[in-house]
Design a protein around this ligand. Structure first.
Ligand code: DGY
Length: 324
């Protein structure tokens, strides 16, 4: 008789390819949400791994005595209590690298749409207004002559910087620690970066360290020609301050792919003509999401087979697989 296959829990919704592969390669258990009371103690004891695209709390982790790995779908894993998992010897993995170029492409598209109003210009054409009223108005904003500031020069930030270089923009950045592998001017504070540039691109991960980092002071430092692009996590922006800054034109415009309370977007933001809004689609192409899905399942397969995880999050790097 062959050895029993590991059991993997899917709490809540997940990418279809993750579900298909988990069901094909493991004993799969799905529950509607990350709520351990949806399983009886016997089922909880069988769980070896979790594949998730939802918040995983310390209490949820503690509900599974034999849990060994949590494979999170997405590069951002702020919703998973990785520190607690690591303290319990539970591996956490995410899906870096495979989405960097796609997200960077989206950042450039969002920036151009915000500056040059292409979605509005297309809506104008489709509404018959070109023929009826004449040319779409000239856009007050342009990419030409701008200086980009990147808040968070990790893998995605760097991919955005390389693209903006090709557009002819000077790049500056703020990270906690200066990188020694790039020549872009570094600022030791976000306020310093915002004062030096007119186009601020926010790519930092979510979590307590970046919560509402972009506040009224930062937006004022960016100034009336300033444009904010947010592509990391909605939690990094003080949305109330942003709405006020956009409404009073203390900054010129903003392009947002992420929001504080997704999928709910404040009506005040929807009402602003100088906000360009996307429904968290930065990595959302079939091929990139498939690559992310494969990485989720390949991480589970490796770890549950006794091999190292492919992409452990930093909190869990160096964690050894528990025997058993
Ligand atoms: C990520 O990978 O973190 C993206 O935001 C998609 O969830």
């Amino acid at each position: 008789m062959s050895a029993a296959r590991p059991t993997v829990l899917i709490p809540g919704g997940i990418n279809a390819r993750v579900r298909e592969r988990v069901e094909a390669e493991f004993e799969a258990i799905s529950i509607a949400a990350a709520d351990a009371t949806l399983l009886d103690p016997e089922a909880r004891a069988r769980i070896d791994g979790i594949a998730c695209s939802t918040a995983i709390t310390a209490d949820f982790i503690d509900a599974f005595p034999n849990l060994s790995v949590i494979a999170s779908f997405g590069v951002g894993y702020d919703a998973v209590d990785a520190k607690h998992a690591a303290s319990r010897g539970v591996m956490v993995t995410n899906t870096p690298d495979v989405l960097s170029d796609e997200v960077a492409d989206t950042a450039i598209g969002l920036l151009l749409n915000t500056l040059r109003e292409f979605p509005k210009a297309e809506a104008y054409l489709r509404a018959g207004r070109w023929a009826a009223e004449g040319a779409y108005p000239l856009t007050p904003l342009t990419m030409r002559g701008r200086t980009a500031g990147i808040f968070g020069l990790g893998r995605i930030g760097l991919a955005i910087a390389r693209r903006l270089e090709a557009f002819g923009l000077p790049i500056e950045y703020h990270t906690r620690t200066k990188r020694n592998d790039v020549d872009y001017p570094w600022h030791d504070s976000l306020a310093g970066l915002a004062s030096a540039v007119d186009t601020l691109i926010v790519v930092v991960p979510g979590g307590a360290a970046t919560e509402k980092a972009v506040n009224a002071d930062i937006l004022d430092a960016l100034g009336p020609q300033g444009v904010l692009i947010s592509i990391g996590r909605g939690s990094t922006i003080d949305e109330t301050a942003l709405i006020e800054a956009l409404a009073s034109r203390r900054i010129a415009a903003a392009g947002l792919d992420v929001f504080a309370n997704e999928p709910n977007v404040p009506q005040a933001l929807l009402d602003l003509p100088n906000a360009c809004l996307l429904p968290h689609v930065a990595s959302a192409s079939v091929s990139t999401r498939n690559a992310m899905a494969d990485l989720v399942v390949d991480n589970l397969a490796a770890w549950l087979d006794g091999r190292p995880a492919l992409t452990p999050v930093p909190e869990c790097a160096g964690l050894d697989r528990k025997p058993g």
